[in-house]
Design a protein around this ligand. Structure first.
Ligand code: AMP
Length: 213
């Protein structure tokens, strides 16, 4: 389907960013990752970045009004007219309701499921591009050249909030604030559950099948 509008839900480290990159390439629609946008803002020292940094470093959620401003601004850009993937947003029921009020609608909400015991290992092995935000994993998705992004050639680092101390807090926030969205979108949308088992490509094929692509 053209003009597809999707949400990717799932705990930190579920593989949302990785799957978003693939869906984006296959369907030719942009990914809007609030995490990537915020990290770029922090790096550039913009007012939003300065406001967000302390929340992000602590593994807490950035206030809803900041997030909604970012999303609405991004959705108003011309490349979103042909569809989009929201990765990492909405993260609370309040954000979902605000998007709904703003007239933002979705064709499907994909909930990517992983086992709790896998999350820590997934997150501590993750490496992220400092420039384009692309995501790698030391064992399951290593870059072609260690420490260097395949896509843009920039440096890969471990995100501050992927360090073990912050992972537990982020998971707790996910359970409390974000997981209830699964019920919300079962009632108010088209929730599809995707178990993240097998290779990245196999999971992507399952997603394409579920989307009827
Ligand atoms: P992510 O890359 O999606 O894991 O996001 C990294 C961090 O950015 C989160 O731990 C939050 O501090 C912040 N963040 C990203 N998206 C949102 C959102 N939709 N609502 C609140 N905070 C967010």
């Amino acid at each position: 389907m053209e003009h597809m509008k999707l949400i990717l839900l799932g705990p930190p480290g579920a593989g949302k960013g990785t799957q978003a990159e693939l869906i984006s390439k296959r369907l030719g629609i942009p990914t809007i990752s609030t995490g990537n946008i915020l990290r770029a803002a922090v790096k550039d020292g913009t007012p939003i970045g300065l406001q967000a940094k302390a929340f992000m470093d602590a593994g807490k959620l950035v206030p809803d009004d900041v997030i909604l401003g970012i999303v609405e601004e991004r959705l108003s850009q011309p490349d979103c007219a042909k569809g989009y993937i929201l990765d990492g947003v909405p993260r609370t029921i309040a954000q979902a309701e605000s998007l709904n009020k703003a007239g933002v609608v979705f064709d499907a909400v994909l909930s990517i499921e992983v086992l709790d015991e896998e999350i820590e290992q997934r997150m501590t092995g993750r490496r992220t591009c400092t420039r384009c935000g692309a995501s790698y994993h030391l064992t399951t998705k290593p870059p072609l050249k260690p420490g260097v992004c395949d896509t843009c050639g920039s440096e890969l680092i471990q995100r501050e909030d992927d360090k073990l101390e912050t992972v537990a807090r982020r998971l707790e926030v996910y359970r409390k604030e974000t997981e209830p969205l699964k019920n919300y979108y079962t009632k108010h949308g088209n929730l599809k559950t995707i178990p993240n088992v097998g290779s990245i490509e196999a999971v992507n094929q399952e997603i394409m099948k579920v989307l009827g692509q």
